[in-house]
Write a protein that binds this ligand. Structure first.
Ligand code: ZN
Length: 107
């Protein structure tokens, strides 16, 4: 296991070669949990080895936090776009009546 100075950093992952990311290995009459990735379907990109369960949980929490931050940023950008469109439409409303232009639609 590598020594990581920052436990909050994202560990790059890659698809498990053994199970092709399925987390299971098919046999003739049954399916088994993939031993290479411990059923995760992903492995540490640097080592090619399975992550420990506590590391999987930590990585999921880190990625969840990042996804929430991205969601908040996208909501803010969407709100800005809506405000811009409302202001644009308000400004154009009077002019459009003269030139018969359609209004922009909300995203
Ligand atoms: Zn696997």
């Amino acid at each position: 296991m590598r020594n990581r100075s920052d436990p909050g950093q994202v560990i790059p992952l890659q698809q498990c070669v053994e199970c092709q990311g399925e987390g299971e290995v098919k046999q003739i009459f049954s399916r088994w949990l993939c031993n290479t990735c411990n059923g995760l379907g992903m492995v540490d990109k640097a080592t090619g080895k399975a992550l420990e369960p506590d590391t999987v949980i930590r990585q999921l929490l880190i990625r969840l936090r990042h996804a929430r931050e991205q969601g908040r940023t996208l909501q803010q950008e969407l709100a800005k776009a809506r405000t811009f469109i409302e202001q644009y439409n308000a400004l154009q409303k009077g002019r459009d009546k003269r030139h018969n232009r359609p209004e922009l639609k909300q995203p």
